[in-house]
Design a protein around this ligand. Structure first.
Ligand SMILES: Nc1ncnc2c1ncn2[C@@H]1O[C@@H]2COP(=O)(O)O[C@H]2[C@H]1O
Length: 215
């Protein structure tokens, strides 16, 4: 009797768990629930039908394998997150980005420490790179007027967002630490990873708001 109820309940439990999984936002929880549901389906295929449904068992097992693989790479991405001191400061400044998104941004970034005065952008020239200055005081020169900027600021974000030439010339002094991204690679990454675009748009917007507030 109990075994019969258990057998008949299996498919409903499996289906309910997979429906519950679809309501989860967290990928790990969602996938973990799908693993449980898939295991229940496999158990169902073994204990309920009179004839073993090998095709169904095979594809459910494939489903389980792919899900387990994706889950372990997600877990790896969340746990194996070793950062240098400078990367840690940048990650803290890029609050809304997940570790995986931050790593994707770092893959196309180059870290620089200025040894001489560096011109990052020239007024009126195309914005081919976007910068984020961590240490040092960038100097902005616009229509003959110069003013310093606080560190922890993007440089070139206006031209990048508007696809327009640089609105000012920006230099950094020796010792400045900054990160640079080729604008084209950044655009391509945003196309591939829409969530990175959303997070980056938010970062650029709050950076511009901070600059306006300080002006
Ligand atoms: N008034 C301003 N205040 C702060 N930063 C500025 C100002 N004008 C220009 N910049 C920065 O200088 C950069 C020049 O290139 P962009 O116009 O792409 O982006 C600009 C900003 O990053």
């Amino acid at each position: 009797m109990f075994f019969d109820i258990f057998r008949l309940g299996l498919i409903h439990a499996a289906a309910l768990i997979s429906v519950a999984a679809l309501t989860c936002r967290d990928q790990i929880v969602l996938r973990a629930l799908l693993v449980v549901s898939t295991l229940l389906y496999i158990l169902y295929y073994f204990v309920v039908p009179e004839v073993l449904l090998w095709d169904a068992i095979f594809w459910t097992a494939v489903n389980l394998g792919v899900n387990l693989f994706m889950m372990s790479s997600l877990l790896l991405a969340r746990t194996q997150f070793r950062l240098s001191e400078d990367e840690r400061r940048l990650f803290a400044a890029f609050g809304p980005l997940s570790p995986g998104e931050f790593r994707a941004l770092m893959k196309i970034a180059t870290w620089r420490r200025a040894e001489t005065t560096q011109i990052l952008l020239r007024e009126g020239a195309p914005v081919e790179k976007v910068y984020y200055v961590l240490d040092g005081t960038p100097k902005v020169t616009k229509a003959g007027r110069s003013f310093p900027l606080r560190p922890f600021a993007f440089i070139g974000e206006i031209g990048f967002l508007r696809k327009a030439p640089a609105s000012a010339t920006v230099t950094v002094e020796p010792g400045a630490c900054y990160v640079e991204w080729p604008a084209k690679a950044l655009q391509a990454l945003q196309l591939r990873r829409p969530l990175i675009k959303v997070a980056l748009d938010g970062l650029l917007a709050s950076d511009m708001a901070a600059k306006m507030a300080a002006a």
